[in-house]
Design a protein around this ligand. Structure first.
Ligand code: DGT
Length: 406
């Protein structure tokens, strides 16, 4: 491994539980940057990728044309990165790795968010299915094709490990898949990469990856309440009984009895984020001052997430999600758009799979006479990379009409 040449001042103070400033390595060996750590470099590669820029036109919950102030996958990602960095800095973790993971965690999302993912997964049922986390790995290991010497971004081992373990270990001790993958098996993209570089699928991820994963939950709990209120799917009064949100609304009303709806909403958001972040930092500090975690390896072997909500806040998190699910994600107005969006993805898949020559020439390379599963995966990669806007335009090009997404 290359000698570390970057100036000491680039390396921030870190606890022994943080990952080492120099990566275990990259699949294709590269010289050390003289100005950046491995994880700064990964963060920068992610920001300069085309997949990252496409997040700007991908749905979080609302399709882009529904309004300019709703979160997109890009603004969500930036909020996750901000929260992940706060947690990482407070806990003396590697802030750049946490940020890189936050910025990359949703790269694999299809157009139209979870709706698009479900539709593509269904279309790919006979060919290994589709999973947005596995797709993020595919993007950073092979689908970005802009470097001279390798496909993908050639990210550091720790970055790939954190990306793959966004939801925790993939295998149980003993080697069988965890519940989430029991029925369908571990996605092929992960197994293929695992064969090249052992990502240690049985262990937990680094504390940095755990910080990025919980930042995702904190960000969307808060901003989905904000977006749901903005869309008029529910009102502030409906949040009275929601754990944490109800209590914070009472606190705001007490302190600012005359505050209007818009300012009250923002005060609620900042308080929800602050309380959840402070809780997580408190849990992390308690773990790291226990003396049990003297290396990132100790963190990986802990057998549980160390960067997590305390039991009362885990209940609050569950309560917020329990409110948002029926009142937002399954609201009939959202469901109507989702149904139409799913049809767009399904129609695009069926059409392109039946006639791959409708894809750009570079996407058809090597497909002549190829097996069905290879053709299907190529079409899925092509569709998954589309933004909402591109998918709508493709629908117009192939079927002569713009889909009705109201
Ligand atoms: N989980 C889930 N989220 C949905 C659904 N519909 C809309 N959403 C929204 C809620 C959040 O803003 C966001 C959550 O998606 P993410 O991909 O960020 O997190 P999720 O926990 O589903 O997956 P991940 O942590 O990335 O493996 O999508 C749905 O049917 N299921």
């Amino acid at each position: 491994m290359a000698e570390l040449e970057i100036p000491d001042c680039v390396i921030r103070p870190r606890g022994p539980w943080a990952v080492a400033p120099q990566s275990r390595g990259r699949l294709f060996a590269e010289p050390q940057s003289p100005t950046r750590t491995d994880f700064q470099r990964d963060r920068d590669r992610i920001i300069h990728s085309t997949a990252f820029r496409r997040l700007k036109h991908k749905t979080q919950v609302f399709v882009a044309h529904e309004g300019d102030h709703y979160r997109t996958r890009l603004t969500h990602t930036i909020e996750v990165a901000q929260i992940a960095r706060s947690i990482a800095r407070s806990l003396a973790l590697d802030e750049d790795l946490a940020e890189a993971l936050a910025l990359a965690h949703d790269l694999g999302h299809t157009p139209f968010g979870h709706t698009g993912e479900d539709a593509l997964d269904e279309a790919m049922r006979a060919y290994g299915g589709f999973d947005h986390n596995a797709q993020s790995l595919r993007i950073v290991t092979r689908l970005e094709r802009r470097y001279a010497e390798f496909d993908g971004l050639n990210l550091a081992w720790e970055t790939l490990e954190g990306l793959v373990k966004h939801n925790g270990p993939l295998l149980q001790p003993g080697g069988s898949p965890v519940a989430r993958y029991r029925e369908r098996g571990i996605p092929v993209a992960i197994l293929e990469y695992q064969a090249q570089q052992n990502l240690e699928l049985e262990s937990f991820a680094s504390a940095e990856a755990q910080a990025a994963a919980i930042a995702d939950d904190i960000a969307y709990n808060a901003h989905d309440i904000d977006d749901g209120l903005r869309a008029g799917l529910f009102e502030l009064a409906d949040l009275g009984q929601v754990p944490l949100a109800g209590e914070l609304l009472a606190e705001i009303a007490d302190r600012h009895p005359e505050l209007d709806r818009s300012r009250t909403t923002h005060e609620l958001m900042r308080r929800v984020i602050t309380r959840l972040v402070e809780d997580v930092i408190g849990m992390g500090k308690a773990a790291f001052t226990s003396g049990l975690y003297r290396s990132s390896e100790n963190v990986r072997a802990a057998g549980k997430m160390l960067i997590a909500f305390s039991p009362p806040f885990a209940l609050a998190d569950k309560g917020i999600k329990g409110f948002l699910y029926p009142n937002m994600y399954r609201h009939e107005r959202v469901m109507r758009v989702r149904m139409h969006a799913a049809q767009v993805v399904t129609r695009l898949f069926d059409h392109l799979f039946a006639d791959i020559s409708q894809m750009p020439a570079e996407w058809c390379e090597g497909l002549e006479g190829a097996r069905e599963d290879k053709r299907a995966r190529r079409v899925a990669d092509y569709i998954a990379g589309m933004t909402d806007t591109f998918a709508i335009n493709e629908h117009r090009r192939l079927f002569g009409t713009a889909p009705d997404l109201r």
